[in-house]
Write a protein that binds this ligand. Structure first.
Ligand code: IPE
Ligand code: IPE
Ligand code: MG
Length: 250
């Protein structure tokens, strides 16, 4: 099937408003080629460009990429350091692309624990792209959902303690407003590569009603076409939100 045919199958009126991705399989991709894991991470950058440009071209307004989890600190130091350096390098290289394409960069996660160089590169890119409006690209960096929910509960508890908030008034909206994603809509489509069938501590609250899409493709091999396949799959699903199929069609 040619590229255009696949892209043309996408209904542009029914695009997911927010796609969240777990970029997985870099290590296995490298291993299959007889290379070290870091080689896989370096080659994953191309796939980041593919999905970012693919989403921007179609008109998907929000894309969130899981780049480093709080659990990933447990990897060998050499790999963690390489990932942090790769981030600095990539942000530096891609800043122009973000600016040229009117893409706003954001980050969620505990950035205070990142090495200074990584944090500075990130904050600089966030600042330089803050007025862009075509798409918001969020990097989940030193992120985990349990970290985020714990922090959310702490800040709500503090407001109650300070007398700014009445516990009777806490509802789903209050919680949503205290998440690090308070200013972006919940993902409608979550893509995980590499064949793993789990969420790995990613956006647990926000994914409550997302459509989950799992593919065996390893992250460095993920292309625009892989994105198109995921979106077409999403568009063929019946999203019922607890109702009956007849109600949804009606
Ligand atoms: C995803 O690929 C990248 C990060 C988690 C940073 P992995 O590094 O997890 O690759 P596998 O799962 O070991 O193949
Ligand atoms: C999830 O991938 C985290 C990122 C993609 C950054 P992992 O490879 O770390 O997840 P597990 O260990 O397979 O659950
Ligand atoms: Mg993995």
């Amino acid at each position: 099937m040619s590229k255009t045919t696949l892209k043309e199958k996408i209904d542009l009126q029914k695009l997911p408003v927010h796609i969240a991705t777990i970029m997985d399989g870099n290590g296995r991709w490298a291993k299959a080629k007889g290379k070290i894991r870091v080689f896989g991470h370096k080659n994953g950058v191309k796939a980041v460009r593919e999905i970012t440009e693919g989403c921007a071209e179609l008109g998907v307004p929000f894309l969130t990429l899981y780049a480093f989890s709080t659990e990933n600190w447990g990897r060998p130091k050499f790999e963690v350091n390489a990932l942090m350096s790769l981030l600095v390098e990539t942000i530096g290289k891609e800043l122009k692309t973000l600016n040229d394409n009117n893409i706003k960069l954001k980050a969620i996660g505990d950035l205070s624990k990142l090495p200074g160089r990584t944090r500075n590169a990130l904050l600089n890119a966030i600042d330089q792209t803050k007025d862009h409006t075509r798409m918001t690209l969020t990097l989940a960096l030193n992120y985990s959902s349990r970290w985020e929910l714990t922090r959310t509960m702490k800040s709500i508890a503090q407001k109650v303690k300070d007398g700014q908030l009445d516990p009777d008034q806490i509802n789903e909206h209050t919680i949503q407003q205290h998440l690090s994603t308070h200013d972006i809509p919940d993902p409608e489509l979550m893509i995980r590569t590499s064949g793993e069938l789990r969420i790995s501590n990613y956006l647990l609250w926000q994914l409550a009603y997302a459509e989950l899409y799992f593919t065996d493709i390893l992250w460095p091999d993920f292309t625009r076409e892989s994105l198109y396949h995921a979106i077409i799959d999403f568009q063929n699903r019946e999203r019922r939100f607890g109702k009956t199929g007849d109600q949804v069609i009606g």
